[in-house]
Design a binder for this molecule. Structure first.
Ligand SMILES: [Zn+2]
Length: 323
């Protein structure tokens, strides 16, 4: 019997194998449909009066459009994380799908092998651009309802030198704060330190004032209840108390356990300067945890617009952030 490949209209319906079978032309069609669901729009002037330039008479780039308004040319990658890419669009879709399907993330090295990319550097740039696409819109809205707040420490395991090493608070590892809305989204990021001032400022920025805050007994959180209508409840881990009715921080801890398994198992070592980007990646998958891998990939591709990330900016930005 002859094998007929199934036909798919959208990325959201596809498995990793389906994405791997796409032709470059199909990949471009899928991207165009995601980027411009209401018809092609010029990324330069937002005009809708555009024409597709067919390369029959003249040799032109694939997928080229011309805007009749501003007269500029563009393709589906212009103004997105994919702009000026040297990687094929089908490889981009495979990379998106892969990073959206693996709960603990995919290393650049793994992706380099899976996609047959020539250099590690281009795989590394690719994964960071996908992380940039996954970055939550800063105006996405505040966390509401019951919000669990917790911190953890990321950054390498203590050396195996037989000596006792401090764990958690008070070590040189990077503190990461997570605020998780029960049944909803997570907001997470590295913080400078775990003082009351820093932690409370981060909570004020991310959480709606009507909410109820739940934390452990850590002293930096004390008094935060005065600022939130739902108050502040504390579960006392020091006294071996983990759950009291619906007072617990287990959701935040599940998020951290995923992040840590990713950091240790997949990425092995994440430098402090890139930690925030990995936090974005893990929160994106968390926020979109109730959908299929294909739907998650479609959501990530759908948010790639307006988020260019040049390699030199990636490196330069990091230098600025470290020092
Ligand atoms: Zn235009």
């Amino acid at each position: 019997m002859r094998y007929t490949p199934p036909e798919f209209e959208t990325l959201s319906q596809m498995s990793a194998i389906d994405v791997g079978r796409l032709t470059e032309e199909q990949a471009r069609k899928i991207l165009e449909d995601i980027r411009w669901p209401g018809g092609v729009e010029c990324p330069h002037c937002k005009g809708r009066d555009v024409v597709r330039i067919n390369g029959k008479a003249e040799k032109v780039r694939d997928g080229l459009f011309r805007c009749k308004g501003c007269r500029k040319q563009f393709t589906v990658t212009v103004g997105t994380v994919m702009e000026h890419t040297h990687i094929t669009l089908r490889q981009w879709l495979q990379a998106f799908h892969s990073m959206c399907s693996h709960k603990k993330g995919v290393s650049s090295l793994q992706l380099q092998r899976n996609l047959g990319l020539r250099s590690y550097r281009s795989a590394w740039h690719l994964t960071h651009r996908i992380r940039a696409a996954m970055r939550e819109d800063p105006f996405a809205g505040l966390l509401k309802g019951t919000v669990e707040v917790d911190e953890t420490y990321i950054g390498g395991r203590p050396p195996k030198d037989g000596k006792k090493h401090k764990r958690g608070r008070g070590t040189k590892k990077a503190p990461v704060l997570a605020m998780v809305e029960r049944g909803g989204k997570v907001v997470t990021r590295p913080v400078e330190n775990v003082t009351a001032r820093t932690l409370k400022a981060a909570i004020r920025e991310a959480v709606d004032r009507e909410s109820r805050i739940i934390t452990d007994e850590y002293v930096s959180y004390s008094g935060i209840g005065k600022e939130f209508k739902g108050g502040h409840e504390i579960v006392n881990h020091g006294l071996d108390e983990y759950v009291r009715g619906d007072v617990f921080t287990n959701t935040a801890e599940s998020f951290f356990s995923l992040l840590k398994r990713g950091v240790h198992g997949t990425f092995h070592h994440i430098s402090k300067k890139h930690l925030e980007k990995y936090c974005n990646e893990f929160s994106f998958r968390w926020d979109n945890r109730k959908v299929t891998d294909g739907e998650r990939a479609q959501a990530a591709v759908g948010s790639m617009g307006g988020k260019r990330l040049k390699l030199k900016d990636l490196l330069g930005w990091d230098k600025a952030k470290v020092n």
